[in-house]
Design a protein around this ligand. Structure first.
Ligand code: SF4
Length: 525
């Protein structure tokens, strides 16, 4: 339990993920922005859901309970791609400290203990379960989490601006409908909302499921009927550079919680931007943070680094300078709010890496800074557009390793992943050239058993991994089995057996046997 101000709280945040007063902690950031707006905020982290005590510790909030599983869906935290419990201890299946479907469990508990208290859902689990969705762990279509949890409002995406507006409205006793970046359930269907296939229809067959998938967007008011009510999604608010500068300029203590030692690795990480242009089919970022880049100002980032140098634990190293994809900083576009096109294929996208190179140079020149690492992964096809960027990165910002995510090598699988980029070999040559005689390696992320990938494609990948190994690389370290997570395009393929873009049939490895076989093919390379 953490209290930011005195007793008697305006807002109580309940998180399945440990809390940290740090810009990388989702619940930590929400707590800070509400505190900065004068609200008294309490945080209950990883409450014991088998009892009531943890939930009652802070009493009822004046305004609302905010519930989140954190930055990863609780089912992904608790189970492997083959649906095995991640916890090795069969007597303690929830080593994560959170239950399955954490947000739902917390909502039921809060409603039982504090009837009538407003409940606000947030975090990835709520964000990507805001509409009817295929749930891999139950192998069925589930209703929107907003409906299932009978909560008052669901925040999707990062959520700072939404949380502030929700607190203001509840303080002023105003209705919660109409807040950008949120979903509410209502009986009426306002005319400006585009209706997508209902929960009932989506659950009934692939056609409606695909029509709903193709309609998902953060930029449009969408409505989905669930029995007699509509889940109404209000478009995402246009977060600006100013908003991010204000959020990341807040006085985070960056203390590493004793019970959360793994946070130490990222204690002095600096977020430079939000969003990702990639739109990879298996990734949910486009429908959470968004598929457009919002960058912080250079001044705000350098100010933050200067503040780090004053931190008692700071030893001169900035742990990471980046975002979801490190080399997309500065690729903001003026048309981002109203344009639905794919940026990576667009001539107007600013790809020079100019602003990023400038930022990297100035960041490592800040007095008191010895090293600025880039540990976030990069988009290698974009990086190939700037030899200067690759040189700067390799010479000054790597610790011998650069993360890239080619995911596969088979053209058919790459097309379904929406990752048909220049051959990996071209990037390896460019990276080698940028490094001259510096011994630095690439850390590869590959994926098996993605829709479209059968034994032949797995063998194709195994041959490539074997070739890379013979050339001294360590490609097999980052091989994972595809996991269908809610609301992604790949999950739509997995569930329907069809490519939602072309309607063509897709081979889907569904049995554990086939998934394990693909992993084995990789290990027998
Ligand atoms: S105009 Fe091009 S770069 Fe700008 S948002 Fe649209 S697709 Fe992206």
């Amino acid at each position: 339990m953490i209290a930011l101000k005195g007793s008697g709280f305006d807002v109580i945040l309940i998180s399945g993920e440990p809390y940290a007063d740090h810009p990388l902690s989702g619940v930590g950031v929400i707590a800070r922005v509400l505190d900065a707006k004068g609200y008294r905020v309490g945080v209950i982290e990883r409450p014991d859901w088998k009892g009531d005590a943890d939930f009652k510790k802070l009493g009822p909030p004046r305004l609302f309970f905010g519930l989140t599983a954190g930055s990863i869906d609780s089912m992904l935290v608790n189970y492997t791609a083959l649906k095995r419990a991640r916890s090795k201890d069969e007597h303690d299946p929830y080593a994560s400290g959170m239950p399955d479907r954490a947000v739902l469990v917390y909502a039921n508990k809060v409603r039982q203990l504090f009837p009538g208290a407003p409940i606000v859902l947030g975090g990835i689990e709520a964000s990507l379960r805001r509409f009817a969705h295929y749930d891999y762990w139950e192998n069925k279509v589930r209703r929107s989490l907003l409906i299932d949890s009978r909560s008052d409002i669901l925040v999707y995406g990062p959520g700072e601006l939404q949380a502030i507006e929700i607190a203001r409205r509840l303080a002023d006793k105003e209705d919660l409908a109409g807040i950008l970046g949120t979903c509410v359930a209502r009986k009426e269907l306002p005319p400006e909302f585009a209706e997508i296939p209902s929960f009932e229809d989506v659950g009934a067959g692939p056609d409606a499921f695909i029509r709903a998938q193709n309609a998902f967007s953060n930029r449009r008011p969408l409505a989905q009927r669930h029995d007699s009510r509509y889940v109404l999604q209000h478009p995402m608010p246009g977060y600006t550079t100013g908003d991010l500068d204000w959020i990341y300029g807040l006085p985070f203590s960056r203390k590493v919680p004793a019970h959360f030692p793994e946070f130490k690795m990222a204690q002095f990480s600096v977020v430079t931007h939000r969003g990702c242009l990639g739109r990879c089919s298996f990734c949910s970022l486009a429908l959470h943070q968004g598929d457009r880049i919002v960058s912080r100002s250079e001044g705000s980032i350098l100010d933050e680094i200067r503040r780090l140098t004053k931190h008692p634990d700071f030893k001169g190293t900035v742990d990471d300078l980046g975002g979801p994809t490190a080399n997309m900083y500065g690729m903001d576009c003026k048309s981002r709010e109203r344009c639905e096109k794919n940026c990576l294929g667009c001539k107007r996208l600013e790809r020079s890496h100019r602003r990023l190179i400038e930022l990297m140079r100035k960041a490592r020149a800040v007095p008191g800074v010895k090293k600025v690492f880039v540990r976030s992964g990069i988009r290698y096809d974009l990086a190939m557009e700037s030899e200067e960027y690759l040189r700067e990165l390799s010479e000054h910002h790597l610790s011998g390793l650069l993360k890239i995510a080619p995911e596969h090598v088979s053209p058919g699988v790459l097309r379904l992943m929406n990752k048909d980029v220049p051959p990996l070999e071209e990037f390896r040559r460019a990276f080698k050239k940028a490094n001259q005689d510096r011994k630095q390696h690439l850390k590869y992320y590959f994926m098996v058993a993605h829709p479209g990938s059968g034994p032949n494609e797995a063998r194709e990948l195994a041959r490539e991994v074997g070739r890379l190994e013979r050339e001294g690389e360590r490609p097999a370290e980052g091989v994972q089995i595809f996991t269908p997570t809610p609301m992604t395009v790949s999950t739509c393929m997995y569930h329907t057996g069809l490519d939602p873009i072309t309607g063509a049939k897709v081979h889907v490895p569904r049995t554990f046997a086939e998934k394990k076989e693909q992993k084995r093919i990789l290990s027998r390379r």
